[in-house]
Design a binder for this molecule. Structure first.
Ligand SMILES: *[C@@H]1O[C@H](CO)[C@@H](O)[C@H](O)[C@H]1NC(C)=O
Ligand SMILES: *[C@@H]1O[C@H](CO)[C@@H](O)[C@H](O)[C@H]1NC(C)=O
Ligand SMILES: *[C@@H]1O[C@H](CO)[C@@H](O)[C@H](O)[C@H]1NC(C)=O
Ligand SMILES: CC(=O)N[C@H]1CO[C@H](CO)[C@@H](O)[C@@H]1O
Length: 334
């Protein structure tokens, strides 16, 4: 009895000591996570966050950090040099790296070294040698031979699809079947046109498609309206049929899901990516925005990150874009 009492007392003391020990300071960060970081794409992999953004030049760069806060001051590493590539040397936009079958595939937009380069912008893909998101990479393929922007990957029922944005009357969301991460296996189709008033502010645009999967629901979050106006924002498509190539199988949500917040001083939030917290329990969005309503569609846009949740109907609840400089809790498990 005495021994049992002593053990109980000892356990109580241990529990008290453990619970009253000063907790490690909760990790925090503030936005932006990168100045001059348009079209951000980020992944958490093997202990690091990896971030790539548009460079608008001949290099594809990436930075990494063990903490979200550390990204702001992490150095950019050139992971690929496009100089000399005949069909895409320059003006690199919207890089995204996807881990598929044990390698990273780095999709990007690039065009020719000509003054009027925009019409020459096309999709391309690199392949990594191993499982390091920073490469080394080798050039793998040009993906299509006409103007197209914002490559990303949708996976459904074991199949891969290349999403993009191209002209179908207006700038619209496209989808193309792939037989592997670098080979197109069928015609490109349009899956969403900017038909609603909020998709046509300053300019009629649908671009920046990003796959989002939740509880069996397959969704695409995309950017709508012109990136050169303050009303650039995010919309949502849900796969309500079985075939991602069929426009009729996608249902567009009637309202935007993320947009400017003048009270918080955030304009034109869009062209996002998604990533998970280090412990895999939280969903996060990374996006670019400008603090000025007259901000351009240029390198001045900064990359920002925030946690999001889910609505009862299974759609994402992104909330409102937070004010720059607000202290936020770092992703869980950091
Ligand atoms: C390319 O652009 C990035 C981002 O603005 C910049 O950091 C880098 O110095 C540029 N590289 C060259 C070679 O101009
Ligand atoms: C890219 O390659 C070109 C041509 O070889 C070279 O002149 C340039 O310095 C390289 N840029 C970087 C950032 O390594
Ligand atoms: C940043 O914004 C200013 C003012 O609009 C513009 O003149 C400049 O070209 C922009 N810089 C870049 C790198 O896009
Ligand atoms: C925070 C941010 O992105 N600021 C930029 C908004 O756009 C203006 C004009 O392009 C830039 O001068 C700011 O740096």
């Amino acid at each position: 009895m005495t021994i049992l009492r002593s053990i109980t007392a000892l356990l109580a003391a241990v529990v008290l000591a453990v619970t009253t020990a000063a907790p490690a300071a909760a990790a925090t960060f503030t936005n932006p996570i990168k100045r001059n970081g348009p079209d951000p794409w980020m992944q958490y992999h093997n202990g690091y966050y990896y971030l790539a953004t548009t460079t608008w030049n001949s290099t594809i760069t990436m930075r990494k950090s063990r903490t979200l806060a550390g990204l702001a001051s992490a150095a950019d590493t050139v992971v690929f040099n496009l100089s000399g590539r005949p069909n895409g040397c320059c003006n690199m936009w919207a890089p995204e790296f996807h881990l598929i079958n044990g390698r990273w595939y780095l999709y990007y937009v690039a065009g020719r070294n000509v003054p009027d380069y925009n019409p020459t912008q096309r999709l391309h893909v690199l392949e990594s040698a191993g499982t390091d998101p920073m490469g080394p990479y080798t050039f793998k393929a040009d993906l299509g031979s006409t103007w197209e922007l914002d490559p990303s990957i949708l996976r459904h029922n074991g199949k891969l699809y290349l999403m993009g944005s191209a002209i179908d009357g207006t700038q619209s969301l496209t989808i193309t079947p792939l037989s592997n991460p670098y080979t197109i296996s069928g015609p490109r189709r349009t899956i969403s046109l900017p038909t609603l008033a909020w998709e046509r502010q300053t300019g009629a645009v649908n671009e920046g498609a990003e796959a989002l999967y939740h509880n069996g629901r397959v969704m695409i979050v995309y950017s709508a309206s012109a990136c050169w106006g303050p009303d650039y924002k995010l919309g949502l498509l849900t796969l309500t049929g079985s075939d991602p190539l069929n426009r009729a199988h996608w249902t567009k949500s009637p309202n935007p899901v993320f947009q400017r917040n003048d009270g918080n001083g955030v304009f034109a939030p869009g062209h996002n990516g998604f990533f998970k917290s280090p412990d895999g329990t939280e969903d996060w969005i990374v996006y670019h925005a400008n603090s000025s309503a007259s901000g351009g569609c240029d390198m001045n846009r900064s990359a920002r990150a925030q946690k999001f949740g889910w609505n009862a109907d299974g759609t994402p609840n992104f909330g409102t874009p937070v004010r720059l400089g607000t202290q936020l809790a770092a992703p869980s498990g950091e």
